[in-house]
Design a protein around this ligand. Structure first.
Ligand SMILES: Cc1ncc(COP(=O)(O)O)c(C=O)c1O
Length: 394
């Protein structure tokens, strides 16, 4: 039978039939409708967006900021982001190099849409947030995964292994730093080495720095922007979601070279037309007045990070690295190699939803990710329940 004779096979694009499964999303569906589940499977805190951000947005709505705006974001927000880089990163990034998008996820899709085609290769450092692998799949480019190594409970990048994975079809090196799910954070030296290598070969670096402010030492993680020249083939993706409790707002941004501005504008125009208008006023408030809120969140998460580390250590059968950044614990339970089965058991028997490691790339199977950005009480309760399941004695 020819393809024309099988109408169902032609209904949607073949790439959608070929999409790889998303075990994290599957576990969320598995837990749906079950009673008394503590959800630590998704990457967000439990604090609502602070009032000063909501108030700025409500005012913008009342003031009639409800029309289409510029494709790459309002001039005010782009300038505010430029000022933010000056203040927090000590970097001079002109507003013309900042492109506002409807979320970090959209920033990634726009970047990929601007850079890759079928037949191109993206070399991705893993474990990595599954949605980014899915975003590459949609472009029909192929991904080559290069895994960090976990040595003595510490995640490390083997630069030689990364460079050996690059070939003439490689268009992009995709990196998330600080990393979801491992908390691994590239050093300035590593960033410089990767960018130098990419520059010599004319390859793009696409860096997701969404967790760049979620650090427990200093005020921010090293950024590719620290070591880049302004015309480097570098796109840095960022988001308002994590630092200012704005996951539901869907606002992010890209920093790129001047020559990317027109190209990202073309893609964004046909994609979203423009980011939402009134929420951009909330985003400006987040940038200009949000440091105290972020600090208070980090104090809570810092204490939670230490609590998770201490409690897992006491359990005796859990291995995990000490995350210096992000709000994730990425761990392994001795004798439990099937992370999907363990995640299901934790939903069924502990009433705790976590994310299976297989959601983060080929070599992350066996691990489990726990997001500790909740109240101390809720975290302790979840850990009690997890302990009762994984430390069950006959
Ligand atoms: C690495 C990474 N990038 C991007 C995002 C999503 O950002 P946004 O909410 O702005 O789409 C996430 C969310 O978990 C993430 O882990």
């Amino acid at each position: 039978m020819s393809k024309q004779d099988k109408p169902n096979e032609r209904k949607f694009r073949p790439v959608l039939h070929a999409l790889t499964a998303n075990p994290g999303a599957e576990m969320m569906r598995y837990a749906q409708g079950k009673d008394d589940i503590i959800t630590l499977g998704q990457g967000e805190g439990d604090a609502p967006t602070p009032d000063f951000i909501c108030d700025a947005t409500a005012k913008a709505l009342k003031d009639g900021k409800t029309f289409y705006g510029p494709v790459l974001g309002s001039h005010e927000l782009r300038q505010s982001l430029s000022d933010y880089y000056e203040r927090i990163y000590n970097l001079g990034i002109p507003s013309s190099r900042v492109f506002v998008t409807s979320s970090g996820s959209t920033a990634m899709h726009l970047s990929l849409a601007a850079l890759v085609d079928k037949g191109d290769e993206v070399v991705a450092i893993t474990p990595i947030w599954k949605n980014l692998l899915g975003a590459v799949e949609l472009t029909q480019a192929t991904t080559r995964q290069v895994s960090l190594d976990c040595i003595n409970n510490e995640w490390v990048l083997d630069l030689d292994k990364l460079f050996a994975a690059i070939n003439e079809r490689t268009k992009i090196i995709l990196i998330v730093t600080p990393s979801n799910p491992t908390g691994w954070t590239a050093s300035r030296e590593e960033l410089r080495a990767i960018l130098d290598f990419a520059r010599e070969r004319g390859i793009w670096v696409l860096s997701d720095e969404v967790y760049g402010r979620l650090v427990y030492e200093g005020i921010r993680a090293p950024s590719f922007l620290d070591v880049a020249k302004e015309d480097d083939l570098l796109l840095v993706v960022n988001s308002f979601s994590k630092s200012w409790a704005m996951t539901g707002w869907r606002l992010g941004w890209i920093v790129g070279p001047h020559e990317a501005e027109a190209k990202i504008r073309d893609v964004a125009l046909y994609n979203k037309l423009c980011p939402p208008t009134f929420t951009q006023y909330g985003a400006i408030a987040a940038l200009e007045e949000g440091e105290e809120f972020l600090k208070s969140q980090l104090r809570l998460w810092h204490a939670n990070r230490d609590l998770v580390v201490e409690r897992f250590k006491k359990m005796g059968n859990v291995q995990m690295s000490y995350p210096k950044s992000t709000f994730y614990a990425f761990f392994k339970v001795e004798g439990e190699d099937d992370c999907i089965a363990l995640t299901k058991r934790l939903i069924d028997e502990a009433g705790v939803l976590l994310s299976p490691g297989s959601a983060f790339g080929k070599e992350a199977t066996g691990y489990i990710r726990l997001c500790f950005a909740v109240s101390k009480e809720r975290l302790n309760e979840a850990l009690d329940r997890i302990e009762a399941v994984i430390c069950k004695h006959e």
